[in-house]
Design a protein around this ligand. Structure first.
Ligand code: ZN
Length: 320
């Protein structure tokens, strides 16, 4: 009996191993069959209500924690808004200067110095402007705030008034070229003042911000701050939410699968999602914008291209 159990246990383990190896092999060659396996949530997405259409003259402000988030979440939304005659503005909170492995590859140094990280920040800021220009947003409608990548939670909490020394760039003030407020201290107060300046200048009818369920702490922190500032203006109803870091390796499968739906992110699956359907031309332009991020696609291209799908998702509320 024991031996039987052992033998059947061994068989099950061997069968599981074979299945795993086959799946890994198929995933490696990116077989469409595997892609379809991961498309289990497609029915739910197809049943979601369509997001309200944009209208002529509307001003839409996209708040992006890092260069690339605006493209990953919303490249199709940006294009549709502009096609409808709305004006889209993009504000980046950070220049994405905390990603050391990125600097290792792009600056070709083993142990990047603070100046190497600042060079990366400036390179990423320039890429961001190029990417949104491809989506039809001119530089005059962009704002680079330049606060520290990976440090927004610190600014919001322990460094609201005392400047935060960013460990990667070795600076406690905005240094990035073309920043909205050059040399602004890395404090929550200065960051909020910049955001209020952007809101006052744009007077947005709609603000697209990360959802508070997003896994990345910079994204979550921006979500809280956006909610707070819009509530202070009694305009919370103008907020719409998106997710980029949705948990459980979402979106799967990685790599370019423009024929698949973007399923709802596991960490925010209960939000009242609406669906924005992308045309083939809008998907192609989204891929072009993703590819404009040369520094990023070298490190995480498969993650980024996985956002080029049939649809994007927006929630009118931050909570279920
Ligand atoms: Zn981000």
């Amino acid at each position: 009996m024991n031996r039987l159990i052992r033998r059947s246990g061994l068989r099950t383990a061997l069968a599981a191993l074979v299945v795993l190896v086959l799946l890994a092999l198929a995933a490696w060659i990116n077989a469409p069959l595997v892609a379809r396996l991961f498309d289990g949530g497609a029915d739910r997405v197809a049943a979601l209500p369509a997001s309200s259409p944009f209208i002529r003259g509307q001003r839409v402000l996209l708040l992006s924690p890092h260069p690339d988030d605006e493209t990953l979440c919303c490249a199709g939304i940006i294009q549709q808004a502009q096609a409808a005659g709305a004006q889209v503005f993009v504000a980046w909170m950070t220049a994405g200067d905390g990603f050391e492995f990125d600097a290792v590859l792009t600056q070709r140094v083993a142990d990047p110095s603070p100046l190497d990280m600042q060079a990366l920040g400036n390179a990423r800021a320039a890429e961001a402007r190029r990417a949104v220009a491809l989506l039809g947003v001119p530089p005059a409608r962009t704002f680079m705030l330049g606060y520290p990548d990976g440090g927004l939670f610190q600014l919001f909490t322990t460094h609201y008034q005392d400047p935060y020394l960013a460990p990667h760039t070795g600076t406690a003030a905005v240094y990035v070229n073309g920043a909205l407020t050059p040399n602004a201290p890395f404090t929550g107060q200065a960051w909020e003042a910049d955001l209020n300046r952007v809101l006052a200048r744009v007077q947005p009818h709609l603000v697209l911000a990360p959802a508070p369920q997003d896994f990345h702490s910079d994204h979550r922190t921006l979500s809280y701050v956006a909610l707070r500032l819009m509530a202070a203006r009694q305009q919370e109803d103008r907020l719409r939410f998106w997710v980029v870091h949705g948990g459980l390796e979402w979106p799967l499968p990685k790599g370019l699968h423009p024929e698949l739906s973007l399923t709802v992110p596991p960490l925010a699956s209960t939000l009242p999602w609406t669906r924005v359907t992308l045309s083939a031309a809008h998907r192609q332009r989204k891929l072009d914008a993703v590819n404009a991020y040369h520094t990023q696609t070298r490190v995480m291209g498969r993650f980024m291209r996985a956002f080029v799908r049939q649809n994007e998702l927006l929630s009118p509320a931050p909570l279920p």
